[in-house]
Ligand binder design. Sequence first.
Ligand SMILES: *Cc1c(COP(=O)(O)O)cnc(C)c1O
Length: 358
Amino acid sequence: MTATEGAVLEIDLAAIAANWRSLAARHPTGPVAGVVKADAYGLGATRVAPALFAAGCRHFFVAHLNEALALRPLLPGAMIAVLNGPLPGTEPAYLTHDITPVLGARDAIARWSQPDLAPHPAILHIDTGMNRLGLDAHDIAALRADPTQLARLTLRYVMTHLVSSEIPDDPENLRQAAAFAAARTLFPGVPHSTANSSGLFLGPRFASDLARPGAALYGINPTPGLRNPMQPTIRLRAQVLQVRHIAQGESVGYNATWRAARPSRIATACVGYADGWPRSLSGRGHAIFDARAVPLVGRVSMDLTTYDVTDFPSIAPGAWLDLIGPGIPIDAVADAAETNGYEILTRLGARYARTWRA
Ligand SMILES: *Cc1c(COP(=O)(O)O)cnc(C)c1O
């Protein structure tokens, strides 16, 4: 049992489950999966996935086979699919542990249509614009010309992935929907899967037989620029180690990037870029104390971050600063750090004391 000191990440599993239920209510055409790759976006897949399962979720997506194997015993009977697809030699693990491969290349289809693997359910990934993984238009044409391999596969779903779903009026969205609909004529009767988090907010053209949200489950706003329809799920706090008085003109931190314009009080908190607290917040981020913004000053360093608390006389060693939580959403931190909420969450470091509230 570690003491609650230093820097603490509190994860609200009930809020994650509530977010899943609200997304499920938005998708009447089919079930809503839980994307729990990257350790459930940094929040702890072995805690988050069972909480989603208890809420009724029966379809899960991870990126790596190892992530799937870790979750298999916790999710009896549920589909666990590996988005990155099966690497050669891993086939026995998929069969033994009932893991669903996502096939997204011709060589994978050739392998998984062999008699030893073909009865095992798989998902087929069709690329409609991302150009990372998935069958492209040439692959589809070739499979149309000779559908014998396809005919042997046992397909659970055909899926595609949207490239700009968080920008609702990007014409790319409708273009991808049309390209996916055209490719799907090759798979009559096979259920399909389209929307990620933001895709669930794009309207009925993007409804399918299985939605695949990740970010929105964890409270990242799937509708940037509009009010966040999701509940916040985490509170990240760090304690003040020292408060020091500095004279006007003195600097704080590496490379002296900030100088006091007045006699100042500087609080040093025990969080830094080794904890995934972005160095790009140097001189521009803030924390919250008593519902007020406390400006971050100087460089974020490896283990420490400094704040100007001149106007906060009650901040003393041991005080807790909110880094993410009430009054400071993930998306606001991401904006200040010039990244997205996904990166903020998935980089939250191993050093935080994590607690999960059911
Ligand atoms: C990560 C991922 C998702 C989930 O995306 P969010 O934007 O987090 O909802 C869905 N599908 C695929 C293929 C992914 O890689």
